[in-house]
Design a protein around this ligand. Structure first.
Ligand code: BMA
Length: 362
């Protein structure tokens, strides 16, 4: 009898909480989904601001709009798997982003896309906290110092963080998204870039943002993406890396610009840099156990009608990146587009790209 009792107790203990697998959180599920893509040589295609506007159109009355229109879908019949949205301006309590998109529309677009089975990544180009200029205002080398703990703008910065954290909270506790703050930091065009902010201050800025969101606000549904600009060496990539505890995804941005040498050469040069970056990201991701991605790329106005299949696809196709995102199709600037749209010269080329074996649409 006593032995039976002991046996029963042991069995119960084995079935107890100690043996239970912890519940998978929405963030765990999204991380798993992105790793699965990468491990199966699949790359999710992403487009910035896809449901909010496109080439020569925009959503006017978002509350009564089902957000079905998409330049990408009009070309290939499918939505992108990933969509990017931009939060610049939210820190000031503004109603609309720096690109004139209401934050209510951004929230609805993100939730609509996720509801359809898609994934969302957020960028943030906040104003310069010292000069009041935009994110590209590099006239002061004091902006980051001023908002760090001990700086004269720190209290104001905490209000900024509070506003952006409120936005993420409003997406709901079941919604996981990628957050990609302080990007292209190794370049020289934002007030948090290398030319106006030391490596140590940059790392503190990123960590400070993470600490506020994760530890103070308990926002645990964000995949933290670190994305400097290309090209880089492993050393220069890591020089400002905030640390494994603060980052889930090691990504990078890089665009093609057509130089005086012409289309073909600039395409080849761009592809060479992309391959070099992705080789390094592959090694870094393996070493640090992180997801990797090409978080922003493109060629403004895509003048090469074969760009998608002859330049972009061969450059990315053999790397384990979870997604590639091309930038926005501005509704009010006809030449400022990085994705396809109905009527653009490379429509057929994009269709073939979306149908490539390694490319995943929604
Ligand atoms: C840039 C341009 C700008 C835009 C900014 C933030 O690359 O597209 O027009 O304001 O991104 O979205």
């Amino acid at each position: 009898m006593k032995r039976l009792l002991i046996l029963t107790l042991l069995t119960l203990a084995a079935c107890g909480t100690g043996n239970k697998k912890p519940m998978e959180t929405p963030k765990d599920q999204l991380v798993k989904r992105l790793f699965t893509l990468a491990e199966s040589s699949q790359i999710a295609y992403g487009h910035q601001d896809d449901l909010a506007y496109g080439h020569a159109w925009r959503v006017e009355d978002y509350q009564n709009d089902r957000l079905e229109r998409s330049d990408v879908k009009e070309v290939c019949g499918q939505y992108p798997a990933m969509m990017g949205y931009e939060l610049g301006g939210i820190e000031l309590g503004a109603e609309e982003s720096l690109d004139g998109v209401p934050f209510g529309l951004i929230r609805k677009a993100a939730l609509t896309h996720i509801g359809r089975g898609g994934m969302v990544t957020f960028s943030w180009h906040p104003r310069n906290p010292v000069t009041g200029g935009d994110a590209w205002d590099i006239s002061s080398d004091h902006a980051v110092k001023a908002i760090l703990p001990g700086g004269e703008k720190h209290a104001e910065f905490r209000v900024w963080l509070e506003r952006i954290a409120d936005f993420f909270e409003s997406l709901g506790s079941e919604t996981a998204v990628i957050f990609r703050p302080w990007h292209e930091d190794n370049a020289n065009w934002f007030w948090w870039c290398k030319n106006v902010c030391s490596d140590a201050d940059y790392r503190e800025l990123y960590r400070c943002t993470w600490l506020y969101f994760v530890k103070e606000r308990r926002l645990t549904n964000l995949i933290w993406c670190y994305s400097p600009n290309g090209p880089f060496t492993a050393e220069s990539y890591l020089a400002r890396y905030p640390g494994d505890e603060f980052v889930d995804m090691m990504a990078a941005d890089f665009y093609e610009f057509i130089g005086p040498e012409g289309l073909e050469e600039s395409g080849a040069r761009y592809a060479g840099v992309i391959k070099d970056m992705l080789t390094k990201l592959t090694a870094l991701g393996t070493e640090h156990h992180k997801l990797i991605a090409l978080s922003e790329t493109g060629l403004e106005g895509i003048p090469d009608p074969h760009w998608w299949n002859e330049v972009l696809y061969p450059a990315i196709q053999s790397y384990p990146i979870s997604y590639v995102l091309t930038w926005r199709n501005a509704w009010d600037r006809p030449g400022h587009f990085y994705g396809p749209w109905k009527g653009y010269a490379g429509e057929e080329d994009f269709k073939a790209f979306a149908a490539q074996e390694s490319i995943v649409m929604l």
